[in-house]
Design a protein around this ligand. Structure first.
Ligand SMILES: NCc1[nH]cc(CCC(=O)O)c1CC(=O)O
Length: 315
């Protein structure tokens, strides 16, 4: 019997989503007559150790993945489960994305003390988020809101809503759905108001590029429409040289049309100033996800996106 060691962070969300992935992989093994056992290995990352500082101030890409990637390279784990939005654009030599499974809800949502939607928030309400992307788009829509940083895992952020006097906090809906806390969601922000982070709601299953057994297993777990949409979003991010600590958002989805047998992707991207005063946004469609992402980024660069991002990085 082969044992496949699965690396994960140890937050409630990470453990839940890794557990769900292992359940799916067990089922795939059963259906395909593959004999394998799965074993969990919890790994602490830099992002987990520095929970009191706004991430954009910590700097550096891949805060939540580096240590896990090292364990993959060292052969301590055979595959790793990450939130796609925590993945830097470039992977280390020797590692690949083995599978992108079906995407969860990509939207951001509001958890409010009172009321339901963003329009119910009183003038000057205090809203918690440490994401420049969420802050930028929220301030663009409601310049009166007071955005204040909030960090920590989902559970500790929900606690802070009560203890630190926030009127609302913003979280990714996918995380709450996965850990079974959907009933805490007051309302969803439509992508027209708040474009999600690149890859939000999707998972990334990473493994060594020479591990044929794991690669073969993961190929059966791939969800092609999610993979194509996320590839377009990540290409957009890569061309803008962005991590998750800059005011960049993007959302790709398949239109249902095909050209030359390839699915057509509709990709919307945004780059804003942290205060939301400036907001660049464009939508394009195409069938080559890498090219589509690059071209959308270049369209925004032509409108001044590079300068906006340079200014946001300075702050
Ligand atoms: N920034 C941390 C992070 N990374 C992934 C998720 C969960 C949602 C997802 O899988 O996209 C979250 C929490 C959040 O943003 O609310």
């Amino acid at each position: 019997m082969r044992t496949i060691v699965v690396g994960t962070r140890q937050s409630a969300l990470a453990l839940t989503q890794t557990g769900q992935v292992i359940d799916h992989l067990r089922e795939i093994c059963r259906q395909n007559g593959i004999e394998a056992e799965f074993e969990l290995k919890k790994i602490v990352t830099k992002g987990d150790r520095i929970l009191d500082v706004t991430l954009s101030k910590v700097g550096g890409k891949g805060l939540f993945v580096k240590e896990i990637e090292q364990a993959l390279l060292d052969g301590e784990v055979d595959l790793a489960v990450h939130s796609m939005k925590d993945m830097p654009f470039e992977l280390p030599e020797g590692l690949v994305v083995g599978a992108v499974p079906l995407r969860e809800d990509p939207r951001d949502c509001l958890i409010m003390r009172e009321g339901r939607t963003i329009d119910d928030l009183p003038q000057g309400a205090k809203v918690g988020t440490s994401s420049l992307r969420r802050a930028s788009q929220l301030q663009h829509y409601r310049p009166d809101l007071k955005i204040e940083p909030i960090r920590g895992n989902i559970d500790s952020r929900l606690r802070k809503l009560e203890t630190e006097g926030f009127d609302a906090i913003l979280l990714a809906a996918a995380g709450l759905h996965r850990i079974g806390w959907s009933d805490r969601i007051s309302s969803y922000l439509p992508p027209e108001l708040c474009l999600p982070a690149v890859g939000q709601g999707a998972l990334c299953i990473e493994c060594r590029s020479d591990n044929d057994i794991v690669l073969n297993l993961l190929s059966k777990y791939l969800h092609e429409p999610t993979a194509v949409a996320v590839a377009a979003e990540r290409s957009f991010l890569g061309r803008l040289n962005g991590g998750c600590q800059v005011p960049i958002g993007a959302y790709g989805e398949l239109t249902g049309d095909k050209n030359d047998g390839r699915p057509e992707v509709k990709l919307t991207g945004m780059v804003g100033s942290p205060d939301g005063q400036q907001m660049l946004k464009e939508t394009r469609t195409g069938t080559d996800p890498e090219r589509l992402g690059r071209e959308l980024a270049e369209a925004l660069i032509a409108k001044g996106a590079a300068e906006l991002l340079a200014a946001a990085r300075e702050e």
